[in-house]
Every structure is written in C-alpha cells, then in structure tokens.
Design a protein around this ligand. Structure first.
Ligand code: 8IG
Length: 262
C-alpha cells in the first residue's frame, strides 16, 4: 500500500491531475483500442513510477497515460501493460496498478485481457464481458486474515452499461491459470467442466485486489484464439496480437463509450 501511495504521488505530479476518476488496464489485443479513448494529456514511463515495470510482452506498452474523458473534465489513468503472476515478481507486483488506481482516487477500473475462448462460436476478435471468475493460481493478492467478499465482483451495473453501448456483448466466466504455457486440451476440458467460458493468465488477482480497495470492476476479455483443443491448430502469440488489431475499432468504441458514461 505504501508503494501504491508513492506511485500515486508521482502520477499526480507528472500528470498535473490531483486525482484520476477511472483506470484501465490494456491487456493483450487492446493496445489499438486504447488509442481511441481520448486525448492523452500526459504519458509516464512505467520505470519512473514506484512499483511498476516495463512490458514483458509484444503488443503491450511500457507506459501509462492520463487521458481526458470527452469534455467531462474527468481523467482516465490508462496502463499500457500489466505485471503477470507468471513473471515471478509476486502478487504485490501483479496488483500494484490496481492499488495505485485506488490511491490515485479512481472509483472504477476496467480490466481488459486477451484470452482463449471455450465457446467455438466466439471467433477471434470477439469481446466478452466477464461475469465472474475462477482463480486457479492458488494464490491471492490479499494478505492476512482479511476475508473479502467477492459476490458480484464484476459489477452488474457496469456490465449493464456496457451492454447498453453494445447490445450484442455476451458474458462468460474467466478462468485464470498461472501460465505462461497455454493449457493442455485436457485442462481446457476441465475449465469447461467447472463452468468456465474463457481461459487466461491475468485479471482475477487484479479484480480481487480491486474489490478489497473498493473499486468497481468491469472486466472485458477479447477472445483472441480458440483455447487449446477447441480448434485443430496450435496457439501462438502473433495470431493473438493480430486478432486484437482486427477488433480494435469495435473495442476502442466500446471502451470510450463505457468510460464516457461511468
Ligand atoms: I491471448 O488460450 C491468450 N491468453 N491461459 N490460454 C491462456 N491464456 C491465454 C490464451 C489461452 N490466449
């Protein structure tokens, strides 16, 4: 929490905004969509902010931006990358962006990701609202005897708002695996059997920390590939980045309009 406060202080100083209203995490496939959010008023290299790190992935950006939300006078704090659990810096690093958003004054956070889809009808490039998650990382960002309730973690209000913007949006349960390997086809069948619709390597731990911090959460997955065994072809990161580019107009409009109505 100390590091989050220190980070928020740097962000306030460097952006000239004493607070931000909403934060967004741009996951795999969401980089282009993020450019459509609005005017960038300031950009800060992650390495200048306590507790943040450069991007580990192609298709991610190692900086955060302060973006004007239309002409509302409100500001969005847009993270160009995230710290993944599989990078090995521990859960505190994974949720530093979330805790910093809360320390910066945000009341909501939009967590986006690229993921594998279990529903064969969800073609690469389909955005899906996260309705709930199953955390298979065997860890938590919460320390100590702190029994945080996770009912309605993915805000029904914000999901409704997103569906008002894009009526064709479907919803699904996101299953977070540790990664960085993709699942085996047997693990994908397991994810399906336990009620999952989407498989990925992020978001759940961040959402838990967001609930603890009192942030309202909107989770949006971009299905960038069918999960292993769902289609005949092996998975690769390049096809995933391509699917994001192809979906950027739809996803960018969705993000901009949702954030404008928060
Ligand atoms: I992009 O198929 C992306 N991220 N675990 N499985 C998991 N993570 C992913 C996948 C996937 N695609």
């Amino acid at each position: 929490m100390e590091v989050a406060r220190a980070a928020a202080a740097v962000i306030a100083e460097r952006t000239g905004a004493d607070h931000h209203d909403v934060a967004l995490v741009l996951g795999t496939g969401w980089k282009e969509a993020g450019t459509l959010l609005g005017e960038t008023l300031a950009e800060i290299d992650n390495t200048d902010v306590p507790g943040f790190h450069g991007a580990a992935l192609s298709g991610h950006t190692s900086s955060m931006r302060s973006v004007a939300i239309g002409d509302t006078g409100k500001r969005a704090l847009v993270y160009g990358t995230r710290s993944h659990y599989y990078e090995g810096r521990g859960v505190r690093s994974v949720v530093q962006g979330v805790r910093t958003a809360a320390a910066a004054g945000c009341s909501a956070i939009v967590l986006t990701n690229g993921c594998g889809g279990l529903n064969p009808e969800w073609a690469p490039g389909t955005p899906v609202l996260i309705s709930d998650h199953i955390n298979l990382t065997a860890t938590s960002p919460i320390e100590g005897a702190n029994f945080v309730d996770l009912t309605d973690l993915y805000s029904p209000r914000l999901r409704q708002l997103a569906r008002e913007v894009d009526g064709s949006l479907e919803e699904g349960v996101y299953v977070q695996f540790r990664g960085p390997h993709y699942e085996t086809p047997a693990e994908v069948r397991m994810a399906m059997a336990i009620g999952g619709d989407l498989v990925g390597m992020s978001t759940s731990l961040e959402a838990i920390a967001a609930r603890q911090s009192g942030l309202e959460v909107l989770g949006i997955s971009l299905v960038t590939n069918p999960a292993a065994g769902i289609s005949a072809t092996p998975l690769n990161h390049e096809e995933v980045v391509e699917a994001g580019k192809a979906a950027s107009a739809r996803c960018g409009a969705l993000l901009a309009q949702v954030v404008g109505r928060l």
